[in-house]
Design a protein around this ligand. Structure first.
Ligand code: HEC
Ligand code: HEC
Length: 356
């Protein structure tokens, strides 16, 4: 990930988070768990290893997928950002949208953040603990063990099954704080009327919203989410964009097979190849892009949306259910694509409004 966090000319963006947030004891416990590199087997990997604050809670390694605690083992998907994940609705079927909505992971298979947090702790290609008690045993020796007892009671380690539930809950509580989702990008200050967008950024926003131009807002709305009232740049629906296979994944794992995404979870062929619409908050800082990390830059992503149908990106990894209506041949000019990228760069957290 050599991708530049921000335009070096605009040095008013100092960090991706930048807000001082006061945490209650449960949230603080969750934070300590999130950053504890002793929680993996072998030790050395925490949640933050693949979801690092300075990379807007994604993986700093340049690989399309993350390395496990056992360093020769890889998963098959790019680490998404944890920022703003707390705003994800429960996984459900929406009869009006006529499709699935919400859930955590690229395929929605975890219903809540708490359920999600249990998975990497016990997954072989991630933190690789063999069972729940192995995780709890680590926590019982951790420097924050008293905090755990303080939050969950003096007997909190007696029932390891319950202790595991509790530690996942604490992680969820931390993930729900403003420390993870600060809403302090240039765009947020623009919405509040505290800064102006440049001409280029403004043109980009218009193209982004225009259904006859970029049409991005059809899936990445730039308006408040009806349930949380937050602007999240995802409607949490699922689509097969026709993303090409990433040959690097096959190099990392000879047993790699095409990723069916949502289809494999709900076991319906009509959902094959569909993945959850990503938030675009902090997008300039979270390369590589798409579920398989196939594109390294936002320029490539824009080219793909603009001219997928020219065929120059290779066939879709999953040829069924490809969305042919809303993308693939947008006919944007080079300048228009640059404008959209300039706009997307306003979505990076940690923007400092100058006091003049
Ligand atoms: C080895 C790297 C790695 C580690 C360690 C890791 N994750 Fe992840 N995380 C990923 C990947 C890859 C995905 C996407 C996997 C998928 O969709 O199947 C993911 C997905 C997520 C998501 C879903 C985001 C969304 O919007 O759908 C959350 C939340 C998350 N991780 C939190 C955590 C927490 C909490 C921990 C520690 C308990 C953790 N991760 C440890 C790599 C990692
Ligand atoms: C039909 C719905 C749809 C439209 C329209 C759409 N997107 Fe997306 N977008 C998605 C989905 C779904 C994903 C995740 C796909 C995947 O990984 O397979 C995604 C992913 C992305 C990503 C990568 C996110 C990441 O974290 O890796 C970027 C960047 C992006 N979109 C930008 C745009 C822009 C810019 C436009 C307009 C030109 C646009 N999108 C239009 C549905 C859409």
């Amino acid at each position: 990930m050599t991708q530049c966090l921000h335009d070096p000319k605009s040095d008013n963006i100092t960090s991706t988070s930048g807000s001082e947030v006061i945490l209650n004891p449960t949230q603080l416990l969750g934070k300590k768990l999130f950053f504890d590199t002793l929680l993996s087997n072998p030790t050395g990997q925490s949640c933050a290893t693949c979801h690092m604050p300075k990379m807007s809670f994604t993986d700093p390694e340049q690989l399309p997928v993350s390395r496990g605690a056992m360093k020769s083992i890889f998963g098959h998907r790019n680490s998404p950002t944890v920022a703003y994940a707390a705003f994800t609705p429960y996984f459900h079927y929406d009869s009006i949208e006529e499709g699935y909505v919400g859930g955590l992971f690229w395929d929605g298979r975890a219903v809540t953040l708490e359920e999600q947090a249990k998975t990497p702790l016990l997954t072989q290609h991630e933190m690789n603990n063999t069972d729940k008690s192995m995780v709890v045993d680590h926590v019982m020796k951790a420097e924050y063990k008293d905090l755990f007892l303080n939050v969950y009671g003096a007997n909190a380690f007696d029932d390891k099954e319950q202790a595991f539930e509790n530690l996942a809950e604490a992680i969820e509580e931390f993930e729900e704080t403003q420390e993870i989702s600060p809403f302090n990008s240039k765009f947020d200050y623009y919405i509040k009327g505290q800064v102006k967008l440049t001409d280029e950024e403004m043109r980009g926003l218009k193209i982004f919203n225009d259904s006859l131009k970029g049409n991005c807002a059809a899936c990445h709305p730039s308006t408040p989410d009806p349930f949380t009232n937050a602007i999240l740049f995802t409607d949490f629906t699922y689509d097969n964009l026709g993303v090409p296979a990433n040959p690097e994944l096959i190099k990392l794992d000879k047993a790699y097979t095409p990723d069916l995404g949502l289809g494999a979870i709900v076991k319906q062929a009509k959902e094959n190849g569909k993945f959850k619409v990503s938030t675009l908050r902090n997008i300039a800082n979270t390369a590589p892009y798409f579920h398989n990390g196939v594109f390294k830059t936002l320029e490539e992503v824009m080219q793909f949306y603009n001219s997928r149908d020219s065929g120059k990106f290779g066939p879709p990894e999953v040829p069924e259910n490809v969305n042919k209506d809303e993308l693939g041949n947008l006919k944007l000019t080079d300048q228009e694509m640059k404008d959209v990228i300039a706009f997307m760069k306003t979505l990076s957290d940690g923007y400092k409004v100058s006091s003049e």
